[in-house]
Design a protein. Structure first.
Lengths: 266, 286
């Protein structure tokens, strides 16, 4: 190996180490601020304290927005799992044209500006007379969660050997039984990981949700951003730390189920 | 995508009943997502008296809007460039890494992906302040003479956006790097090619599809970002997305908002479609 190659390899590792620090920096800063006693984000904090967490419960609007977010995220994920799985079965098993185009279409909401999708939906819902904030949020969020389900379940399903279903039927299972006992367990890791990431995507969505909130119904990111703009203090860091903890938990479960490197598949 | 059908001869049947399973999802997205977007485009060229190009024409006649578009493309280009320069080597490190190093790298890349943009933009507000980490580190290293506020500057915006979108560059490049046959490089070396020549003639062409995917991801995400510029640069610096958001949410100027939304949508779709064509052409040549 030449000297040039050696230095190139060292440079690659140097960049990678910097990237790890760079990517984790905002998360570390958030956690540090949330446990600090300073209200002006002094780093490192002069003293450690849990007072921002103690104030979480009494911060106006936080608890209801969390409830709304969790409800919308859970329901939209379940709907996307049902519709998305049915569709991927058709895409993998069916013999019809433009299956590639259909899967691109289902994943496309990830690639287009959320704000434009949001306003287009708002205008369409208005024309159709759908006005309730909660209902509109739910209908809209299925579009956010669907791409995650389709992408992951499609990958898992195209690796599934459908001869196993025939085998189960030969052994005396009815068709629904065969699906439940063979297909569902085989896809369970894909359901869980895609469901978790879809749930997080819905929980974190800002640009689409912003058009469907009213004075009473707000999702957590909307409430948080409003709070950041009105009175920035480390309470937001405390909320953020809880969300980071949730993401770490999801990542840990995902790692146990399918392994970290499978989560990185693109 | 469909290895189960790989061995069979494609045979056109009149209609496959399995296709019905796809109907609910497609119908849902069609009515809730695709048709509203189409309707948005149609409305941008329909006025009270029927077909009109007047709103679009007046949008493009205003020099302010040209500056907004230039801002949008400039920031997106810079973010994509930063992500490419930093993300390309990182993807190789990720492909070479084993054991705990791989776990740390993967976790550092995937964890931020599952954390909301409001959380990260808020954190960058703290990091980029005059007494923030970036400023104090630079002063501590002796690179800057005095603390500098990066918040509400273009540099700060590019740093924050690159941070949020970097995983979308690393992962697509990584997915092609890990499939690369390392023997090709050895063969090149055996045949006497210099490291630089090997990189240019072997590594770069093989990783190009990943680079295109990653760059397009980061570029289109940066063109569309709204929360990050709102928090990191403020109102003085408008992009298409922030202009559109402000028109609807603050100024209640639906006409301007709709036209901006249509322009942004056309831009985003042409980036995605154009890159798809480019990637396919690269794939054919490889």
């Amino acid at each position: 190996m030449t000297r040039l190659e050696h230095s190139a390899i060292w440079a690659v590792w140097g960049v990678a180490a910097t990237v790890v620090v760079f990517l984790l920096l905002p998360l570390v800063v958030t956690v540090a601020v949330s446990f600090g006693s300073s209200s002006v984000f002094t780093l490192p904090p002069p003293d450690w304290s849990l007072k921002w967490y103690a104030r979480l419960a009494t911060t106006k609007g936080l608890a209801p927005s969390l409830v709304t977010s969790v409800e919308i995220a859970a329901l939209s994920t379940i709907i996307a799992l049902v519709l998305g799985t049915l569709c991927t079965v058709a895409l993998v098993r069916g013999q019809f044209a433009s299956r590639e185009a259909i899967s691109t279409f289902l994943v496309s909401p990830l690639m287009l500006p959320g704000l434009v999708i949001g306003i287009a939906m708002l205008q369409a819902f208005r024309e159709l007379g759908l006005r309730g904030a909660w209902g509109s949020l739910l209908v809209a969020h299925v579009v956010i969660t669907m791409p995650y389900v389709v992408r992951t379940v499609l990958g898992a399903l195209s690796l599934f050997d459908f001869a196993l279903i025939d085998a189960a039927r030969t052994l005396g299972c009815s068709y629904p039984q065969a699906l439940r006992r063979v297909l569902v367990p085989a896809l369970a890791p894909a359901f869980l990981t895609s469901g978790m990431f879809a749930f997080l995507a819905s929980m974190d969505n800002y640009p689409i949700s912003i058009f469907f909130t009213d004075a009473w119904t707000k999702t957590l990111p909307i409430q948080m951003l409003q709070y950041v703009e009105e009175s920035p203090d480390p309470i937001i860091a405390a909320v953020s730390t809880c969300l980071i903890l949730l993401a770490v938990l999801v990542l840990f479960i995902g790692d146990r189920l399918v392994g970290l490197s499978r989560l990185a598949d693109f | 995508m469909t290895p189960t059908n790989a061995g069979t001869v494609p045979r056109r049947r009149p209609f496959d009943p399995v296709a019905f399973l796809a109907v609910p999802a497609i119908a849902y997205l069609l009515f809730v997502y695709a048709l509203p977007l189409l309707w948005l485009l149609v409305r941008s060229v329909i006025g009270p008296k029927g077909f009109t190009l007047e709103p679009i024409a007046s949008f493009f006649a205003d020099p302010f809007n040209w500056r907004v578009m230039a801002n949008t493309l400039k920031i997106a280009g810079l973010v994509a460039l930063v992500c490419l320069l930093v993300g390309y080597p990182t993807a190789f490190a990720l492909a070479w890494a084993r054991g705990w190093v791989q776990v740390v790298l993967l976790a550092a890349i995937i964890l931020p992906l599952s954390i909301g943009v409001v959380v990260k933009a808020f954190a960058w507000q703290i990091v980029l302040r005059r007494d923030g980490i970036v400023s104090s580190t630079m002063v501590g290293l002796g690179l800057w003479d005095e603390p500098v506020r990066l918040l509400f500057t273009e540099t700060g915006l590019v740093l924050g956006a690159a941070n949020v979108f970097l995983p979308f560059m690393i992962l697509p490049v990584y997915s092609v790097v890990k499939l690369m046959d390392l023997r090709l490089n050895e063969a090149g070396a055996t045949l006497g090619a210099t490291p630089f020549y090997r990189f240019r003639r072997i590594t770069l062409p093989l990783t190009l599809p990943g680079v295109v995917t990653g760059t397009v991801f980061v570029f289109s995400l940066s063109v569309s970002m709204f929360v990050i510029p709102s928090l990191l640069i403020g109102d003085r610096f408008q992009t298409l997305a922030t202009l559109m958001g402000r028109s609807f949410l603050l100024m209640r100027n639906e006409q301007l908002g709709s036209t901006t939304a249509a322009v942004l949508l056309v831009l985003a779709v042409s980036i995605v479609v154009g890159s798809g064509t480019l990637a396919r052409r690269l794939g054919d040549n490889a």
